[in-house]
Design a protein around this ligand. Structure first.
Ligand SMILES: NC(=O)c1ccc[n+]([C@@H]2O[C@H](COP(=O)([O-])OP(=O)(O)OC[C@H]3O[C@@H](n4cnc5c(N)ncnc54)[C@H](OP(=O)(O)O)[C@@H]3O)[C@@H](O)[C@H]2O)c1
Length: 264
């Protein structure tokens, strides 16, 4: 990816934003974008981005080109602060990749777990999963809209998951995560339609990274063969290639890491 364009038909310098930049895939994306000569400014965001040694290693030597910002993207006030901070630094964003997502969380009460059966479904679990996996990506898009509403290329990509595909659901389970990712997909499709009217070069994408060796997937890797478990660097490079190959006519669709479309 080093010497190829990050966005189709666009060689100009880009302003990019990665959300979930402290996570497995988000950090690998941040590192690859930081090393890419087309990226003029890079904003790396998570709840504790400014406390991340890995992000400090990118930002500190960058002379202000790379900036770490803290934001809980479930919170509209946080998102307004994030958009204001970015707007003070740049007039537009060209590439936004949201990787924030949660499958299980021990810090919530009760703990969020992917449900094995209906008996494990709870209102609290559904709400917690929807807050980050469905609502947060569209609230992020709303907050960033003024930075995406321009006449240059603008990609808003958010990581969904193949298990969010209703057509692909053959084994059940994981009610809240599946449903929240499916809801995210519908919200992104709707965003794609509105954004196409505001920026004819805009592309909105739901992306599946493949099963990737990160903190999120760690508890569920037992039945995944090693050749099917991607490194974060591999998944990030594959996702950047999928993004680079997309044109505005592809906006509002759901793609896997290998560029193949996924059934809704
Ligand atoms: N890994 C896989 O096999 C796999 C497969 C399919 C889909 N996915 C999807 O890919 C995405 C990335 O997954 P990953 O495996 O890289 O996960 P990860 O390592 O757990 O990283 C998740 C990132 O999201 C951030 N985050 C969580 N809640 C947040 C919030 N409220 N506000 C801001 N940032 C928040 C986390 O940072 P802080 O906690 O510091 O805020 C972290 O940087 C997720 O959406 C996941 O659903 C992953």
């Amino acid at each position: 990816m080093q010497n190829t364009s990050l966005l189709h038909d666009c060689q100009t310098p880009l302003h990019a934003l990665v959300v979930g930049a402290t996570g497995g895939i988000g950090l690998a994306l941040s590192q690859q974008l930081a090393a890419h000569p087309q990226v003029a400014r890079l904003f790396v965001v998570a709840r504790a981005a400014t406390r991340s040694a890995a992000l400090a290693a990118l930002a500190e030597p960058s002379g202000g080109r790379i900036v770490a910002l803290d934001c809980d993207i479930r919170e509209e006030a946080d998102l307004a602060g994030l958009a204001a901070e970015i707007s003070r630094a740049v007039p537009a964003l060209h590439l936004v990749i949201n990787t924030a997502g949660v499958l299980q969380d021990d810090t919530t009460a009760p703990a969020l777990r992917p449900e094995k059966s209906l008996a494990q479904v709870s209102a609290a679990g559904l709400q917690a999963s929807f807050a980050i996996n469905a609502f947060a990506p569209i609230l992020l898009a709303k907050a960033l809209l003024p930075l995406l509403r321009h006449s240059a290329p603008a990609v808003f990509a958010s990581l969904s998951a193949r298990v969010g595909s209703i057509g692909d659901n053959r084994i059940g389970g994981w009610y809240s995560y599946r449903a929240a990712k499916a809801a995210q997909n519908q919200l992104l499709k709707t965003l794609a339609i509105e954004l196409s009217r505001l920026n004819r070069q805009a592309i909105v994408l739901a992306l599946h990274p493949g099963t990737t060796d990160t903190g999120l997937s760690k508890p569920f890797q037992a039945n995944v063969s090693t050749e099917k478990l991607f490194s974060p660097a591999f998944a990030a490079a594959a996702l950047l290639q999928v993004i680079a190959a997309r044109v505005p006519a592809d906006s509002g669709n759901f793609y896997a890491w290998d560029g193949r479309p996924i059934d809704w």
